[in-house]
Design a protein around this ligand. Structure first.
Ligand code: ATP
Ligand code: MG
Length: 437
């Protein structure tokens, strides 16, 4: 098997060779090449020890990215290459990290510590593919399988459980039966893993092409860190034209929106408040969008999503069923409240929901999309910063700085959006005076 190494990796491997060391491209980059994808970065492993690696690259910019574990980063032509000494991991006591690591001269031992067969391949031009655990066979069968005993591998590091699901989702692979049993049986160990690390894997998993299948097949695993999912399982919605329970309907919707973490997380959580707001499954879901947003907020803060991500996601959930069509006025009101980017996202979310529930693509969303672009390109007024008057102008009318100023501006912007007033300074000031006195 021939793999086309990048020029940078060739330079790095030959540098190490020139000093008498062995070196290979390893892990994700080899996997991606074998699958037929372009790797997003290249990792190198070598029998040179960290200080020796530094010596080989004394003329390069380097930094110690994980010197304790044998990793030095080398910068070549503005790309970063991680070079790691072959190593054997010591005992794992906390389901996260080895207590110690030991360097070795044997590439096979290094490959044995890696998580999955498809990730345990190395390649250089001299030796070709080194694949002691059948990675290439598993790529051809489209299988994610642990190197060695899967129970033990997940006991060592429980994040591997989510990595298995992530790779299966992203590459559209299945999970080997024994590995799959261990994913389920050992899922409780995810309780030992930091929420940030869980969320990072979860985001990538959600953006995979196989996301629906993985969410459905491993729902109990996900409820270890998001127990709020459980009421969705087997929750029948009696008013929806679907035989699916809420969970299956939701996972189908997740797959229908594009591969963007925000859209996919918002879709996953958009109906999470339904079971609580409507325990008998009948038509009236009182306030479920608000309840969904409340539950989503709890989950996202726990998983340490960024403030911006949480703010956007909650807006998408809360305004999921806002009317975006019928008139430009509606659209402008939404754009004012949630912002332009979120309005674009809401169009996508509603389009997906509509196409799943009513089996058709609806013109009205295309119209909303077109109108949104018209509003932006035509510099039409839809938010306070576009208004011909500002806070200062209102204060000059004799209003004290504070909440009242904002309230007056809001009345004005809504009147402009509704075309009750033109966006003209004098007229807006007159209208403001009438509101005040
Ligand atoms: P990607 O870069 O697309 O996320 P990757 O497999 O390259 O995928 P990295 O985190 O970059 O993931 O890790 C590089 C390699 O290190 C992996 O291919 C695997 O061989 C090994 N590895 C990473 N994380 C683990 C882990 N938790 N347990 C065992 N081996 C791991
Ligand atoms: Mg990688």
């Amino acid at each position: 098997m021939k793999i086309q190494l990048s020029d940078g990796v060739k330079v790095i491997i030959s540098k190490l060779n020139n000093y008498g060391f062995e070196a290979f491209a390893v892990g994700g980059c080899v996997r991606d090449c074998v699958i037929g994808l372009v790797p997003h970065d290249w990792d190198v492993c070598t029998n040179a020890q960290p200080e020796q690696i530094k010596h080989c690259f004394k003329d390069f910019e380097t930094f110690d990215s994980g010197i304790k574990h044998g990793t030095i980063s080398v910068i070549y032509k503005r790309a970063i290459y991680e070079i790691t000494t072959y190593r054997i991991d010591g005992e794992y006591l906390d389901s996260r990290h080895p207590e110690s690591v030991e360097f070795t001269n044997d590439i096979t031992k290094d490959l044995a510590r890696r998580d999955f067969t498809v990730n345990a391949m190395a390649y250089n031009e001299e030796k070709g593919l080194v694949d002691p655990f059948g990675g290439i066979h598993d790529v051809s069968r489209k299988i994610i399988k642990c190197v060695g005993d899967s129970d033990k591998r997940f006991d060592e590091d429980a994040l591997r459980i989510l990595r298995a699901l992530r790779f299966a989702s992203v590459y559209g692979f299945s999970i080997d039966n024994k590995t799959s049993d261990s994913v389920k049986n050992k899922s409780y160990l995810l309780g030992n893993i930091a929420y940030e690390r869980i969320a990072a894997e979860f985001n990538r998993l959600l953006c995979g092409k196989n996301v629906e299948k993985i969410l459905n097949g491993y729902k109990e695993v996900f409820s270890v860190f998001i127990p709020e999912f459980k009421p969705m399982f087997n929750f029948k919605q009696l008013n929806v034209h679907s035989n699916e329970d809420l969970w299956h309907q939701t996972t189908a919707l997740v797959k229908l929106v594009e591969k963007d973490p925000l859209l996919r997380v918002a879709m996953l959580l958009h109906d999470i408040g339904k079971p609580e707001s409507c325990p008998d499954g009948y038509c009236k879901y009182y306030n479920y969008t608000k309840l969904s947003a409340e539950i989503a907020e709890r989950i996202l803060l726990r998983l340490r999503y960024s403030k911006n991500f949480v703010d956007d996601c909650l807006k998408l959930i809360e305004y999921q069923d806002v009317r975006l069509y019928d008139s430009k006025k509606n659209l402008k009101r939404v754009m004012n409240i949630v912002g332009v980017d979120n309005t674009r996202r809401l169009i996508k979310i509603q389009q997906a929901i509509n196409s799943l529930l009513y089996f058709k693509q609806d013109e009205k969303f295309m119209t909303a999309q077109r109108q949104l672009e018209e509003i932006i390109n035509g510099d039409e007024c839809f938010k306070l910063s576009h208004l011909a008057v500002n806070g200062k102008d209102i204060i000059n009318l004799g209003i004290k700085e504070g909440k009242a100023v904002g309230e007056i501006l809001n009345v004005l912007i809504n009147k402009v959006i509704d075309e009750e007033l033109p966006n003209t300074k004098n007229i807006l000031l007159e209208a403001a005076k009438k509101l005040i006195f």
